[in-house]
Design a protein around this ligand. Structure first.
Ligand SMILES: Cc1cc2nc3c(=O)[nH]c(=O)nc-3n(C[C@H](O)[C@H](O)[C@H](O)COP(=O)(O)OP(=O)(O)OC[C@H]3O[C@@H](n4cnc5c(N)ncnc54)[C@H](O)[C@@H]3O)c2cc1C
Length: 491
């Protein structure tokens, strides 16, 4: 008889996704599962992403927090929910169009929240091992059987488990060196990663101008010069506190620098954006316990659709390690909440059923796709398209082509229809002709979106159908890569 593994589940990475997964496993198994969470951070600093802190824009929707409460029995409050907002204003580059995406949300305190999440995971029965880096996966007979790594004092560890969850974030080495044959893609295209960074600042408002700071709303500035192939943001964390930053694609930044003979990098763009803000003046990086060590930092976010398959025999991916952030805005908190909650449920069921093979864990792929994941491929295409348009085209498109319905659709996580950009729309004839290329591009993304959502909603219910499904997806996507050409055109 095979020896009993050390744990039922090992979750590598105790960040947003890993800690929610651990808590959800305990919730759905009624604490019957032996779960170990391994994180490289010290216990005093759970969830820290890099030496520069818990780098994030900190914004998430109330909808996702409600989902967590309803499905995993976890409801956050103060101090981890730092500031409520009523929605997001998106500005065109010329700032003449301003579109409101309504919907309550919160600015989290990402340094404080993981402490609560550690308590939740422990309460749900998980054991936590801090100061320990997971380095490699163990395998036997085509399935993952455990994890090896190193503690902070240099000593090594090796534990076995029926399931290993990779929740180590966007720099995952476990996925990259997955030692078994599987359907999981191991590498991400560098063009599908954005460099992002931000400050958290206390400041004295130097003016009253809601284009540059609004205590009740998140603000997004689209501008291919300020944030090439990405966007810049000003998220209120209080009346005189802000999370301000931006994200860019590397190829977009390179093209923009080349075109203008500049040599900006991510940090210099962030600093310029901050210094040009007429409201946020006389600022300082807060040094209180809830913010110290987390006021300035850059990190990477994957912005393609999530991995087409997130499970293998004895193994699953979640959060940034699974490339879950939403391609158009790099929002990865909601996906970690949905993904972690669903994965916890499926793992608990698979252990109960005694089948933690690829087939036994497959339901996670299906349920995540059906709940939160199905529009992601279409958002990947929209992102790819938006990265190729000029500031003038964005100005024009936001003014003439974006309708109320499109805004509502995006708020509801659907692809917009861009009906105003229809050639058959007589009222818009002249406008469509004014920017024919843009209208065609937008309409193309709509057509593609519908096809991609159809493909994703037909995600196979078992591993057997995956090959055929993937061929269908790949052929839809290949056409868009060709059509939109190289990324990052800037004007
Ligand atoms: C600048 C910036 C702004 C963002 N803004 C937003 C936003 O406003 N809204 C939003 O929804 N999303 C935002 N995101 C994305 C969001 O922060 C991430 O999607 C989210 O944190 C992903 O959670 P995760 O648990 O997968 O990964 P992480 O939060 O990165 O957690 C990974 C954990 O694993 C640990 N770890 C890593 N490697 C190992 C290892 N080998 N062994 C053991 N432990 C390991 C890390 O220390 C960490 O604790 C932003 C990201 C950035 C960089």
């Amino acid at each position: 008889m095979a020896p009993t593994p050390d744990y039922d589940v090992i979750v590598a990475g105790g960040g947003m996704a890993g800690l929610i997964t651990a808590a959800s496993i305990g919730h759905y198994s009624k604490k019957a599962v032996r779960t170990l969470v391994i994180d490289r951070n010290r216990e005093e600093e759970p969830g820290k992403k890099t030496n520069n802190g818990w780098t994030c824009g900190d914004a998430t929707s109330k909808r996702s927090l409600d989902y967590l409460a309803e499905h995993a029995g976890i409801r956050y409050g103060e101090p981890e929910l730092e500031h409520p907002v009523k929605g997001v204003y998106v500005y065109s580059p010329d700032r003449k169009s301003k579109v409101l995406f309504e919907g309550e949300g919160y600015l989290l305190n990402r340094k404080v929240l993981p402490r609560r999440q550690v308590a939740d995971a422990r309460k749900a029965g998980a054991e936590l091992m801090f100061g320990s880096t997971a380095e490699r996966l163990l395998s036997e007979d085509g399935r993952i059987t455990g994890v090896t790594g190193r503690r902070a004092d240099g000593s090594s560890f090796s534990f076995t488990a029926k399931v290993v969850v990779d929740a180590t974030g966007s720099s995952s080495v476990l996925r990259r060196f997955l030692p078994i044959q599987s359907k999981i893609e191991k590498e991400i295209d560098p063009d599908d990663v954005v460099g992002t960074g931000r400050y958290i600042l206390d400041f004295t408002p130097a003016a009253d101008n809601t284009e540059y700071f609004d205590p009740d709303y998140c603000i997004i500035h689209l501008d291919q010069f300020i944030a090439p192939a990405g966007y810049a943001w000003i998220f209120a964390k209080g009346k005189t506190k802000v999370n301000i930053g931006l994200g860019v694609s590397k190829s977009g930044l390179d093209r923009r620098n080349k075109k203008f003979g500049l040599s900006d990098n991510l940090q210099s763009l962030i600093d310029k954006y901050l210094n040009d803000n007429p409201v946020i003046k006389d600022w300082s990086q807060p040094s209180d316990e809830a913010n110290s060590g987390n006021t300035k930092g850059n990190w990477q976010v994957p912005v393609r659709r999530h991995n087409d398959c997130m499970v293998a025999n004895g193994f699953a991916l979640v959060g940034d390690a699974a490339w879950m952030p939403r391609p158009i805005d790099a929002g990865g908190i909601s996906p970690s909440i949905y993904g972690g909650t669903i994965l916890g449920k499926v793992v608990a069921e698979a252990l109960e059923a005694g089948d933690t093979s690829e087939a036994g864990l497959w339901k996670y792929n299906v349920e995540y796709m059906g709940t939160h994941g199905y529009p992601m491929a279409s958002f990947e295409v929209l992102r790819r398209y938006l990265q190729t348009v000029t500031n003038e085209q964005i100005n024009y498109g936001m003014k003439h082509f974006l309708s109320e319905e499109d805004v509502v659709a995006i708020t509801e996580r659907k692809h917009p229809e861009f009906n105003r950009a229809r050639f058959m729309n007589p009222g818009m004839w002249f406008r469509v002709l004014g920017q024919l290329q843009l209208a065609r591009g937008l309409r193309y993304t709509v057509k593609k979106s519908a096809a991609l959502v159809d493909v994703n909603l037909a995600y196979p219910s078992s591993p057997e159908g995956f090959g055929e499904w993937k061929t269908r997806l790949a052929s839809e996507l290949a056409e868009t890569v060709q059509r939109f050409g190289p990324l990052g055109a800037a004007n």
